[in-house]
Each structure stands twice: as structure tokens, then as C-alpha cells.
Write a protein that binds this ligand. Structure first.
Ligand code: LRH
Ligand code: MN
Length: 426
């Protein structure tokens, strides 16, 4: 379903005055406090987030999956849905593909459709955590499997994913390994790590020189005793052994309860080792819930580290990849993604409003309350008019979800694709 700029302009006209009043109000306050409002809006406009190809249909758990209807049945329809998200939010201009779920049947056609929709291909994701007809099973691991035959097959798969990405113009490979064990004694913990390192070396050597490897860690699931790459330290250790184009991917859901993720981000930026993010949120485990829906203050604190780390030159903002990785069990996937894109923009904008000079002084003087008040001042600001203005200046809808519902897009998708169409993915 395509949305014309005219249609969006027409929709926006009904709330233009309210928006202008709200924007004038916060702009007045910010100018008083010494902020460059146009500079802020320029930064928000330029901040684009990749959408995962596997999160455009209803996700599920082992207890069941509830279809949403009108789900994209192939890569073309996935790109169309991302094109729709782009038109409404002007916050996403790229897709992260997962192989073999998204192997293009016609590269030329896919590339021209993506060009037409203004979508590029972000990091590619390999998949050695499922069996999809390959010769050797990944049941007991892949790059770290005790059997060399399985390791070689997994390496070959990653090299195949790189070849697919090269044809689409991608510049990155994300490797997440489910590899591990469910019981003590099942695996040789040291050998499994060594085999994984050797396999990653093969993959790294096969990557074009302008590509980066994003190594994703996860403490548990689907293995529940050990995971070969369980944390940022192990991922960082492996990346450093590979070379400076290998860095650590932080999936917000891949942490044990109460982990200080913003500190992990600060530590990785300190070493210029942060590859990027898989944004989502969670209450307990890898719940893949809507970003910022459970712990919005943590997301804000993470962006505070990202803004200060890039402003202080610890790591370049441009070198970091921004992607959502979520699974939608009870929401319309497109509405969930629009919510996530909004809260990510809001968290970034609030982090830009931290008075860093005042904060640094408080930190140096040991003014603990003063320091926290600097963060609270920024976090408590309602920046939605700024985020909306950035979206409007990019040609988006003033309220993407409201417009999506007003146009009954999901009903149209169900009519076109059927009530039980199913998208590839988790
Ligand atoms: C693993 C993960 C990984 C993807 C998968 C879909 O939990 O976060 O990033 O490959 O989800
Ligand atoms: Mn992930």
C-alpha cells in the first residue's frame, strides 16, 4: 500500500495549529535554556533506524502464535510494508535481512523496488540456529560445534550470506550464535570457544574490506546451561582477535535482570568497540517487547552514553548501527514498530537536552543530587513536538499510528493478502 505525500499533507493539516502551538511552547523554553532548536531538529531528522525483515508478521512463543492477517508473504511485500513505515514515520530508510528467510528470488527486481521505496539494505543476518534443509544439523551448535563438518558448513553459510549482501549493497554481517549447551559436561567450554574463534576468523577473512562484522551476544536461550558468546566481554574478546572491523552488537534483551546496559555501552564506546543495537525491551528475559515500553529511563540513559561518548570523541556516531529487533505476539507489527521508532527518537532527543557542562561540573564537585537533577531535567521534558516537527519536515505524518488506523491499512492488507497470510521470521 503506497501513501502519497499529498495524502499525508492533507492528514497533517487537521492538527497543524495544535502542533505549531506545542512546538512554539517547547522551542521558547529551550531557546531560554540556550539550546539551538533547529540544530536539534536537524539531528532528529537525520537519525534513521533499520527495521528487521523478520518483525513484519506476528511473532509467537512455544505456547502459541496468533496471526494478525495481511502479513507480508514474500520479500517484495516486506519491502512494501517498510516503505509504508517510511512514508508515515520518515524514521526508517533501511531493512536488515535474515538469511535464509529472505533470499531474494530476483535481485534486480528487489533492488529496483527498494530503490523506488528509498530503502537500503543494512546488516545481513546469518542463521545457524535452525535446520532449514541443510546437510548437517545445527542442533548441537554451528560455528562452535564439536564436529568440524558442521563448523565448515556454518562458515560456508555465513560466506553465502555475505555474497547475497554484496549483491544488495549491504555493508555488514550480524552473527548471533545460539551455540551452547543445556547440561554441565555436554560441551568442552574452552574448545567450543576456540572452535568459534577459528570459524569467525574464516568468516572475517571472507568479508569485503568495507564491511563490518557485528557480533551479537546473549546469556541464554535456546541453550539454558551455557552459551558460547554470553556477554559483551566474550564478544569483545573475539572481535579484538579478529580485527578492527569486528565489533560488539548490543541487543537490549540479551542481558540478565538488572544488568547496567548503559555502562556496557560506555565501556564499549571507550574502546571504540560498539557495533550497534538491536532495540527492544523486556521485563524478564529476551522478551522482544516494544522498545521503551518497560524501561524508558534505561533507554534514555543508554542514549546519554551514546551522545556523550560521540561528542567526547570516544566513538564516531556514524560508525554505530541502529536496528530494531522485536517480536509482536499481541500487537499489529506495524503499529508496534511505529511506537518503537517514536520512543527511540524521543529518548535520543531527551539525551541531546542534557546540560552536559553542568553535569560534568556536578560530577567533578561531587554534587550527587545536582548531577541526577541534570538528567531528570532532560528526561522530564516533553519533546514530542520536536520529534513530530522533524517528522513533518521529512514529509511524514504528524501522527503515524492515527493515520495508519484512519486509513484502515491493516484491513486493506488483509483484503490483498488474506487473513491467514504468514510472514517468514520467528
Ligand atoms: C536472537 C536474536 C538475533 C536474531 C534473532 C531473530 O535472540 O536477537 O538477533 O537473529 O533474534
Ligand atoms: Mn537480536
Amino acid at each position: 500500500m503506497k501513501l502519497s505525500l499529498e495524502k499525508i499533507k492533507e492528514f497533517n493539516s487537521s492538527s497543524a495549529q495544535i502542533h505549531q502551538d506545542e512546538l512554539n511552547h517547547i522551542s521558547g523554553r529551550l531557546i531560554n535554556d540556550g539550546f539551538e532548536v533547529n540544530e536539534l531538529i536537524k539531528k532528529i531528522r537525520g537519525f534513521q533506524i533499520a527495521v528487521p525483515s523478520w518483525a513484519l508478521g506476528a511473532g509467537g512463543t512455544r505456547f502459541g502464535r496468533f496471526g494478525i492477517g495481511g502479513e507480508p508473504r514474500n520479500l517484495e511485500e516486506k519491502l512494501e510494508d517498510i516503505g509504508l513505515l517510511k512514508s508515515l514515520t520518515q524514521k526508517t530508510d533501511s531493512v536488515s535481512l535474515h538469511i535464509p528467510w529472505d533470499i531474494p528470488s530476483d535481485y534486480t527486481a528487489i533492488k529496483s523496488l527498494a530503490d523506488e521505496l528509498g530503502i537500503s539494505f543494512d546488516a545481513m543476518n546469518s542463521n545457524t540456529f535452525q535446520d532449514y534443509g541443510q546437510k548437517e544439523s545445527y542442533k548441537l551448535g554451528s560455528l562452535g560445534n564439536a564436529k568440524k563438518l558442521v563448523r565448515d558448513q556454518a562458515v560456508a553459510h555465513n560466506i553465502e550470506v555475505i555474497e547475497i549482501g554484496k549483491k544488495l549493497g549491504s555493508k555488514g554481517l550480524t552473527v548471533w550464535l545460539a551455540d551452547g549447551s543445556n547440561f554441565p559436561g555436554q560441551s568442552s567450554l574452552r574448545n567450543a570457544l576456540q572452535w568459534t574463534q577459528e570459524s569467525l576468523e574464516e568468516i572475517y577473512k571472507s568479508m569485503p574490506l568495507d564491511w563490518k562484522l557485528l557480533l551479537e551476544y546473549k546469556p541464554y536461550e535456546p541453550n539454558f546451561y551455557h552459551t558460547i558468546i554470553p556477554d559483551w566481554g566474550t564478544s569483545s574478546l573475539l572481535c579484538k582477535s579478529l580485527g578492527d572491523r569486528a565489533k560488539v552488537l548490543v541487543d537490549l534483551g540479551h542481558h540478565l535482570p538488572n544488568t547496567n546496559i548503559e555502562q556496557i555501552v560506555a565501556t564499549l564506546m571507550y574502546q571504540d568497540m560498539l557495533a550497534g543495537f538491536h532495540f527492544n525491551d523486556s521485563k524478564y528475559g529476551d522478551d522482544d517487547l516494544t522498545t521503551g515500553s518497560i524501561k524508558p529511563y534505561q533507554l534514555f540513559l543508554i542514549f546519554c552514553e551514546l551522545v556523550s561518548g560521540s561528542e567526547d570523541g570516544a566513538q564516531a556516531w556514524e560508525s554505530i548501527s541502529w536496528m530494531i529487533d522485536a517480536s509482536h505476539n499481541t500487537k499489529d507489527p506495524l503499529e508496534d514498530l511505529m511506537q518503537a521508532l517514536e520512543i527511540i527518537s524521543i529518548s535520543y532527543t531527551k539525551a541531546l537536552l542534557v546540560d552536559r557542562k553542568k553535569l560534568t561540573n556536578c560530577q567533578l564537585e561531587g554534587d550527587v543530587v545536582g548531577a541526577q537533577e541534570c538528567l531528570q531535567d532532560a528526561f522530564q521534558r516533553d519533546v514530542r513536538p520536536l520529534v513530530r516537527e522533524a517528522r513533518l519536515q521529512n514529509g511524514g505524518a504528524s501522527d503515524p499510528i492515527l493515520m495508519y488506523r484512519k486509513l484502515a491499512v491493516r484491513n486493506h492488507l488483509i483484503k490483498d493478502r488474506g487473513a491467514d497470510s504468514r510472514s517468514t521470521g520467528l
